[in-house]
Design a protein around this ligand. Sequence first.
Ligand code: 5AD
Ligand code: SF4
Length: 391
Amino acid sequence: MSQKFYIETLGCQMNVLDSELACSALLQSGRLQTDVSTDADVILFNTCSVRQHAEDKVYSAIGRLKGWKNEKPNGILGILGCMAQKDQKLIFQRAPHVDFVLGPGRLDFLVETIEQLLGTQPRPVKTADVSLRRTTNGHAEVLESFRQYNPDRMIPETQKTDSVLVRITFGCDQFCSYCVVPFVRGPEQSRSPHDIVNEVQHLVDQGVTKITFIGQTVNSYQYQQTRLADLLYQVADISGIEQIDFVTNYPLDIDDYLLQAVRDLHQVSKHLHVPAQSGSDNILKRMNRHYTAAQYREMTDRIYATIPGATMTSDFIVGFCGETDADFEQTVELVKYCRFRNSFIFKYSERTGTKAAELYADDVPEHEKKYRNNRLLEVQIEISRQQTGER
Ligand code: 5AD
Ligand code: SF4
């Protein structure tokens, strides 16, 4: 009988895509997917470490699987994704029933890792395959250890869809002071336009009409002379492509060449997700975001002026280290000025290993973070409501 696997995904679209690719590889290796975790022979968690809350959820979900492991001692429990890279072997200490951890830069070894574990009897071996730490290794070695994972993707018959994610950049080099992503996803790497266009064509052949390009700073895409706008032109030329989106944008890299491509290509959605994170220059500086609130406003003006009918969404962190009432009010003002269609608001969560954790005290009390979160949400909801009324 074929083995069954179960995969649970937490976190962002990067993880959603990684899980889809992992599923595709496991299905191609002859395994079957199940939606019932306890029926599975292999259980995988694709994890997120952007905020503490996401990690806590994983540890409690893994904890609940002790019974499954007792009943199925040959079952395999694997932890993929950002927590695997961040916590590495620590995961075995906190959850000794986990069999393997595999970082996001090592996903191409997933099938092999599972097969090795299945083939080892008795099974005392635990494996941790992760990329090298950025802080203690040379750039070239680190880059090599974060492998790009672009397997030939077959959309399973049972999961037919007309809309898919396509990764165009891996990793991140921005090092925002609060963020763990550059450490767990590695250095920024852009895929070749040739590979991307081939993949999109292959997906179109399987019935796809809508694609979303994803990357941590997707608009920083650059492969030799090719930039994101060039890629949009190339992909819009593929017959059968009806809609192209791209997330997530870094404010300073929104240039006029890109905005004109968005305006001129009817296939490209007139919508941009550009996280601002804060409206206070003091806080932006502490966050290592490299722009001021005035620059962000100017960028917003340019977007609305260049692309008729454009809409925008943003991300904000409230309660970052040292954020005063006055700083927070500047964020409220920015949200009012930019008239986002929606904002995703997060309470600051300290992450070990980041500059913010090293340099600044997490000094905004939890109740104040909650208050600011709710207050900003109310302001945003009112703006969203007005826009729905306008349409
Ligand atoms: N605490 C809270 N929110 C965070 N984000 C990233 N790191 C943290 C953190 N340490 C938010 C940012 C980012 C979104 C994906 O998650 O707003 O844009
Ligand atoms: Fe994190 Fe900043 Fe990179 Fe976004 S741009 S992934 S917030 S470091």
